[in-house]
Write a protein that binds this ligand. Structure first.
Ligand code: HDE
Length: 737
């Protein structure tokens, strides 16, 4: 849209300064507050009765002339737009980004990345990929992590995922991939999952999917929280500096809370107990002031090193191992404001990897190239008009001036008779900006070649990095990958597909193949070979790459081996009580947990109040039927004879404890509470010994005898919470929960 005219001076508004609140101020122009107002029609006519339609007699037919009824119903009838064809379900948040220093100036002229005094407003949308808008949050899937930076040089979108690689190398395969993974076209079954024949049929015939399959079977695909997952730009992009020199760059987001996941059993149960689990977690965290923070990091590769690795930088099925190119921290993003309106902001936001600002450019990655077409195309379908860029959430915070106009839902009123270039009648405006005034200049890359529908042979190796991933996992992570494969392939009815997938796994690791095969009723095929459907062309790049630098172990890809963030901040702790609990102990432990940044909920059989042994009454936050251990990171059962006696007879309370034990979560109790653990199949603990001792911390189970020091008890419990899961509980598999 044209810049606002300043009527006094009649000069265009070319102010491009941006601060942390620029977007919020802009959105404020569009916000509406209905409080204390009369109801009106869209025309502003006040309405006195919205309960009855206008009728010919109180028992007669409704009249067509009832403009209020017609408008109300028509609006309602049209209150939907096509959901995104992928990433339909998402959750958004506002915030800002600030670089640490100007160290990237050597590589990029992008001001929002290099001016440490700048705070650039952002809007982030996290999403699942496969499910429709109403599907569950906790399904096994990639998570989208899309960030809109409203910069002083225009809007930049970093449209990434929480897994650093993708299923396919060429965007021409994307419709096939999505068709295969979405519900089947005849029955529209199943919802929001890859666990069905068509997806695994496709994957088993497409060796290039293997690396991503390894990530998707890992716990990365079931994050504990949007606040606790990585983000990746996936493709290799290009930085361009003031001198026009390019540097390859990979973008990473690192969560300040560390990377943490659910376990599969938990994520399935959460799908029923609280399908909005991730959305609620994000919303509540921001409301509570636990602002999610992510550090932006980059991996930089000089252009001269383009062919120095044993993979192609343009191949989106490959990572650059951090052991080869370390991450360089750039700045911090803080998400500190929930949207006012889901539809207007989170649903209508439109990201596009082609929204670039000076200093950042694309590369020839054939997956990225196809994305550059797809996003605006799909948005035209979603919004029905090219004017979606004018929607409040999508408009840049700097002035927009061009000769585009008209089309459905045009909002801006361009003045004057000139909407073409060149012109003399409009004084030659809007005029062309020189580079010194911030004009975007595409990187001057030399490109030559024959038109050919083929893939470079440097993309041919589909297994090495899948093997690297498997070899870099801890034993627990390997176990989870194998059982995820048992679930996913266990749902595949066609035996040949299960066999073919095991064949693919045999190219990654024979151990992996054997362990998967054992659970899905097939044998590991001998000398398995799967031809790729791609047509490979030998070239100089493929020859160079075969001699490139190699890595055989990458702890950075393992969540368990790399994540050092230990924090109890914003963790959810369930406190199980019944009448007769020990109030002093509860108060002291609760205070310690709150001081450590955790959030507690009191849970009992019924809502209402619970009476402590000293007569004090406390409000119950959740009852048994609405809660469940899967909604918490840790549980605590305060001492109290009658409280524990009651819970020993409550199956729900016992199940709560058994399930938390099975999911390797920290559990703390004292005195009589130890009997509850015993009854709840908490195995591998010598309870008789524990009951008589002060504080014992064993495999994340904290128990305390009667004379224990509550501070010591709370401290050990908080330490156990900081470790998140206690995988050393090998007895968990014997627990019937
Ligand atoms: Fe997307 N993707 N994608 N994608 N993608 C869309 O655009 C597409 C890919 C990603 O919260 C769509 O506006 C193609 C990789 C996110 O609104 C669509 C290819 C990565 C989001 C589309 C890919 C992503 C989308 C659907 C292969 C990580 C949600 C709705 C060439 C780097 C953004 C829309 C939001 C959304 C196309 C692959 C991330 C259809 C053709 C790789 C986070 O245009």
């Amino acid at each position: 849209m044209k810049g606002k005219q300043n009527p006094e001076e009649n000069l265009p508004n070319n102010d491009r300064s941006v601060d942390e609140n620029s977007k919020n101020r802009q959105l404020d122009e569009f916000r509406r507050d209905n409080s204390e107002q009369y109801l009106t029609t869209e025309q502003g006519v006040r309405i006195g009765n919205t309960d009855d339609s206008l009728k010919a007699g109180s028992r007669g037919p409704t009249l067509m002339e009832d403009f209020h009824f017609r408008e109300k119903m028509t609006h309602f009838d049209h209150e939907s737009m096509p959901e995104r064809v992928v990433h339909a379900r998402g959750s958004g948040a506002h915030g800002y980004f600030q670089p640490y220093d100007d160290s990237l100036k050597k590589f990029t002229k992008a001001k929002f990345l290099t001016n440490p005094d700048s705070k650039t407003p952002v809007f982030v949308r996290f999403s699942t990929v496969v499910g429709s808008r109403g599907s569950s949050d906790t399904v096994r899937d990639v998570r989208g992590f899309a960030t809109k930076f409203y910069t002083e040089e225009g809007t930049y979108d970093l449209v990434g995922n929480n897994i650093p690689v993708f299923f396919i190398q060429d965007s021409n395969k994307f419709p096939d991939l999505v068709h295969a993974i979405k519900p089947m076209p005849d029955s529209e079954i199943p919802q929001a999952t890859a666990a069905h024949d068509t997806f695994w049929d496709f994957a088993s015939l497409m060796p290039e999917t293997t690396h991503m399959i390894m990530w998707i079977l890992s716990d990365r695909a079931i994050p504990r929280s949007f606040r606790m997952m990585d983000g990746f730009g996936v493709h290799t992009f290009r930085f361009v500096n003031e001198a026009g020199k390019g540097t390859f760059v990979k973008f990473h987001w690192k969560p300040k809370l560390g990377v943490h996941s659910l376990v599969w059993d938990e994520s399935q149960k959460l799908g029923g107990k609280d399908p909005d689990w991730l959305r609620r977690d994000l919303w509540e965290a921001i409301e509570q002031g636990d602002y999610p923070q992510f550090e932006l990091c980059v991996q930089l590769v000089p252009e001269e090193d383009e062919l120095k690795y044993d993979f192609d930088l343009l191949d989106a099925t490959k990572i650059i191992p951090e052991e080869l190119v370390p991450l360089q921290p750039v700045g911090l993003m803080t998400l500190n404001r929930n949207p006012d309106n889901f539809f207007a902001e989170t649903e209508q936001v439109a990201f596009h990897p082609g929204n670039l600002v000076p200093g950042i450019d694309v590369t020839n990655d054939p997956l990225l190239q196809g994305r550059l077409f797809s996003y605006v195309d799909t948005q035209l379908n979603r919004f029905g008009s090219a004017n979606f860029t004018e929607l409040p959430i999508n408009r840049p915070v700097v002035p927009v001036n061009n000769n585009q106009g008209a089309g459905f839902m045009r909002y801006t009123i361009d003045k004057g008779k000139v909407n073409y270039w060149p012109n003399s009648l409009g004084g030659g405006s809007p005029k062309m900006a020189p580079e010194s005034e911030g004009a975007y200049v595409h990187y001057t890359e030399k490109v030559e070649g024959y038109k050919i529908r083929a893939r470079s042979a440097s993309f041919k190796d589909h297994y090495s990095q899948a093997t690297l991933f498997w070899n870099s996992m801890s034993e627990v992570e390997k176990e989870h990958i194998v059982s995820a494969a048992h679930f996913e392939l266990g749902k595949v009815e066609t035996k040949e597909i299960r066999e073919r997938m095991v064949g693919q796994f045999s190219k990654v690791s024979m151990e992996l193949a054997r362990r998967v095969a054992a659970g899905i009723g097939v044998q590991v095929p001998e000398n398995f070979e799967q031809e790729s459907t791609a047509h490979y062309e030998e070239n100089a790049a493929s020859k160079a790459i075969s001699k490139g630098k190699k890595v055989t172990d990458s702890p950075a890809v393992s969540m368990e081996r790399s994540d050092k963030v230990e924090s109890a901040a914003s963790r959810r702790v369930a406190i199980l009580i019944s009448d007769g609990f020990d109030c002093n102990e509860l108060t002291q432990v609760k205070q310690a947990l709150t001081d450590a940044g955790a959030h507690v909920k009191l849970i009992s059989k019924y809502l209402g109040t619970c009476k402590a042994s000293n007569g004090m009454e406390v409000q119950v936050d959740m009852n048994h039927v609405t809660s469940g251990s899967v909604m918490f990171d840790a549980i605590y059962i305060p001492d109290g004879r009658t409280s524990i006696e009651a819970m020993l007879k409550e199956g729900d309370a016992l199940h709560f404890v058994s399930e938390a034990f099975k999911h390797c979560k920290p559990i703390a109790t004292s005195g009589e509470g130890i009997r509850l653990l015993e009854r709840a199949f908490v195995l591998g603990i010598n309870f008789a010994e524990n009951a008589s001792r002060d504080v014992v911390s064993h495999k994340g189970i904290i128990t305390a005898g009667n004379d224990a020091d509550a501070d010591d008890f709370a401290e050990k419990f908080i330490d156990a919470i900081k470790k998140h899961r206690h995988w050393e509980r090998l007895e968990k598999d014997m627990v019937p929960a």
